[in-house]
Design a protein around this ligand. Sequence first.
Ligand code: DLL
Length: 442
Amino acid sequence: MILHEEETFSRERMEKLQLERLKATANTVYEKVSFYRKQWDDAGISPQDITNLDDIKRLPFTTKGDLRGQYPFGLFAVDKSEVVRIHASSGTSGKPTVVGYTHNDIKMWGSLVARAISMAGGKQGEVLHNAYGYGLFTGGLGLHYGSEQLGMATVPVSGGNTDRQISLIQDFKPSVICGTPSYILTIAERMEQMGIIPSGNSLKFGIFGAEPWSEEMRGLLEKKLGIKACDIYGLSEVLGPGVSMECCEAQRGLHVAEDHFYVEVIDPATLQPLPDGEEGELVFTSLTKEALPIIRYRTGDIASLSRDRCACGRTTTRMSRIKGRIDDMLIVRGVNVYPSEIEHVLLGSNDIVPHYQLHVKRTGALDTVELHIEIKEAIFGELGQNIEHEQIQFLSGEIQYRLKNQLLISIDVKVCPPKTIPRSEGKAVRIVDHRKFSMTNT
Ligand code: DLL
């Protein structure tokens, strides 16, 4: 259901609103945040230079490094007495990035998540099971406030304690389940292990995100749980979940909340804007945030944009599913590959479970990547639980062949015994880096 009229604004009306809000945001950050004032003064730009939306391209970018450099509250545009919530993302090195919200920010965030839940099929009066982690991570509380604002009975179960999650699903009969796709898969598999048919429950819709996932993973989760699964995107530096959301009608790309965020795609190497349809790095500018307005934030996430009409009737720009983070891209003998592309190839095999990890090692001067996959329990049993069995060697060769054929990469594939690849309770760790310097896998 379309909750807000802004979702169907004409392009002209949306752009008028965006320009008004961009001008106000530019004035605020220039006046209130010394970081921006200095950055813009150095670049010879002032808020008055913004006379049309295209002028945004003249503004300097903001990066995660800038947020860290201003740790903890240096980029806040309001007095600390107006901040009512603080979240932070851990990051893999250095200081966390800290984000703050005023009362109005929390209200706006709740309304965008309510919009997102409604877009995915959630309805007032029904029950929503929220398995995103509660805490400094924005997933739990983000979905929570949105669900309450929509008028759903919200179950704040958080991540982990899978058996309890399952009994709550059986007893409270939610229609919507939210969580990372990897954790929801863990729940579905545990149900199967307990002899419960996952598709036999009350669930109708899934709201999954916070990590890259493939179309094949969507198919698997939809089939196992008997639901329609939609992708939700967001990042704490920009807001949290709700920056964009897929609709359950089309399930083709995520509608950006353009009344609150201006989206661009740039070439991460040249930093030049890319046209619609071309893949590059997503960049967001907030248009209504009070505590932490953010200008041209480089997300590190790879996607493309489309302004085609959507079957659901919404007119907002859509972004493609995230292919991965720039820092998660592996270069395997000169070929660039993202874990989500490997997932796409793997989920075509009936003999393995959908859990995998990429181990990056350094041998001499060379980086090598080994893909760990896990054999299905039943097949392992049939083969006498012998991981050296020639059929298992054959399976590893077959996956290697498909990766070479479809992605042009040659990597070693190690088939592991059942239940040996760690299961996720939040964001799945797809890349395990054994080299000295760590790689991110948030
Ligand atoms: O992950 C916010 C969120 C919570 C989104 C719940 C969706 C659902 P952070 O912890 O700051 O915030 O991590 C943000 O996660 O830059 C992406 O790399 C990744 N990410 C988020 N959503 C998706 C998605 C939350 N739908 C980082 N697909 C982002 C792929 C995603 N990656």
